[in-house]
Design a binder for this molecule. Structure first.
Ligand SMILES: C[S@@+](CC[C@H](N)C(=O)[O-])C[C@H]1O[C@@H](n2cnc3c(N)ncnc32)[C@H](O)[C@@H]1O
Length: 395
């Protein structure tokens, strides 16, 4: 058992053991240690074996975690409502790019909602690195969408390189990007690595950080009220500016919307959060043991929204807004979406379930405050999608 989580079955254990061996061989080949980000990348995305690349069930009640689009179509309807004015401003040639489509739940509800409000994009392109999830998305959307909507959907092998106009949306994708871990020792920045102990188990190790990671940590530290104390450990996405630049590709006009869990920088790197935000999820339980069962558990780190704001602006976009998920959904007509949906539900149990979904999406103790939305615009007005609960003073 890992922190009270039942052991995986024999097949799953064998699968995890194969990935453990692959990572172990890479550690040995690299001279005895690999940077933590590389371990996270392999655990999640090693071809055919990683958590997102292989076929383990991840989403919804029977999976490991439940994302907002899985909890309620109201989430996707609100996002569609917020992005529809941008799609209308762009006209017939607008493209909708979704990063990391998960089970396809978001795309299904979003496309139906855009169709109902006459804001359909010419094309709905999903950039999904996991071959397994791509297949699941294809079969779900083929079954769930009318043929004329399904025809608009395609899957990308990489960002749209040619010039395009449209919107780009990502829910809970940045938290799944492989994060570097650092620790400060005697005033120097070290990188957390993964090594093997005498029995071949993964253990933490450290090495002096390379110039890039050290500079990134120092840049963060310079913006904090106090320097990091000795032994302070946390995460950082060194590649975030390059990643944002890459995923927008040739976007010439349009909007970006990211929803994820995280904090503004000053809260992310609080002195008391001295072991970072890294955690793993399996069967709806959280564990700090990110080494347990590689390939069978999700590994995530919270998003530094200040870093995201810098990356978006650095990629040439204008900052459009930053607020909690609750504020974003309320500002995007959650009450109206609820009022529209309720009369279509015949039984009391169904109506209660719908209200429960609203609570899960918006209550501070659920997803309402931990999850936040950040938008960017280029040649369009998207700041109107952030009418309430502005948090940009925290950045
Ligand atoms: C936690 S899931 C969220 C899925 C979905 N957006 C949802 O809300 O249900 C993370 C998703 O991001 C995808 N992903 C990971 N790295 C990515 C990248 N670099 N570009 C695009 N998608 C990525 C994963 O394969 C997975 O579909």
């Amino acid at each position: 058992m890992t922190a009270g989580i039942p052991e995986p079955d024999a097949d799953a254990q064998a699968h995890s053991a194969r990935l453990r061996d692959v990572i172990g061989e890479q550690i040995i080949a690299a001279g005895g240690r690999m940077p933590f980000w590389k371990f996270m990348e392999q655990s999640l995305y090693a071809p055919g074996l990683g958590y997102y690349s292989a076929g383990a069930h991840k989403f919804g009640a029977g999976g490991d975690f439940t994302t907002a689009p899985e909890r309620s179509p109201l989430f996707s309807q609100c996002v569609a409502h917020a992005l529809a004015p941008v799609l209308r401003q762009l006209g017939d040639l607008a493209v909708f790019v979704e990063l990391g489509g998960g089970s396809g739940a978001f795309a299904e509800a979003c496309l139906k909602s855009l169709d109902a409000t006459d804001a359909l994009p010419k094309r709905y392109a999903i950039l999904e690195p996991s071959a397994d999830l791509r297949q699941r998305q294809q079969s779900r959307l083929r079954d769930a969408l009318p043929p004329d909507l399904f025809e608009r959907v395609d899957w990308l092998d990489g960002p749209l390189a040619e010039p395009w106009e449209g919107v780009l949306f990502a829910n809970e994708v940045i938290d799944a990007l492989p994060a570097s871990r650092f620790v400060v020792r005697a005033g120097r920045v070290h990188e957390e690595c993964v090594a093997l102990d005498g029995e071949g188990r993964f253990v933490r190790a450290e090495q002096p950080a390379d110039a890039m990671l050290a500079a990134a940590v120092r840049q963060v530290e310079a913006q904090l009220p106090e320097p990091f104390t000795d032994g302070y450990r946390s995460e950082l996405l060194v590649q975030l500016p390059y990643w944002v630049q890459a995923v927008v590709g040739g976007l010439r006009r349009g909007a970006l919307l990211f929803i994820d869990y995280g904090y503004a920088r000053s809260e992310y790197y609080l002195p008391e959060r001295s072991d970072g935000t890294l955690r793993a999820f399996r069967q709806h339980r959280m564990t700090a043991d990110v080494f347990a069962w590689p390939g069978l558990q999700d590994i995530t780190a919270s998003v530094d929204f200040t870093a995201l704001a810098e990356a978006g602006v650095g990629a040439g976009f204008e900052f459009a807004g930053y607020c909690s998920q609750a504020s974003f959904l309320l500002g995007s007509g959650l009450a109206q979406r609820l009022a529209e949906a309720e009369p279509r539900i015949a039984d009391e149990a169904g109506r209660l379930a719908l209200h429960q979904q609203v609570r899960l999406l918006t209550l501070p103790s659920e997803m309402g405050e931990r999850f936040q939305a950040m938008g960017f615009q280029l040649g369009v007005d998207f700041d109107e999608a952030f009418p309430v609960g502005d948090l940009s003073h925290r950045l």
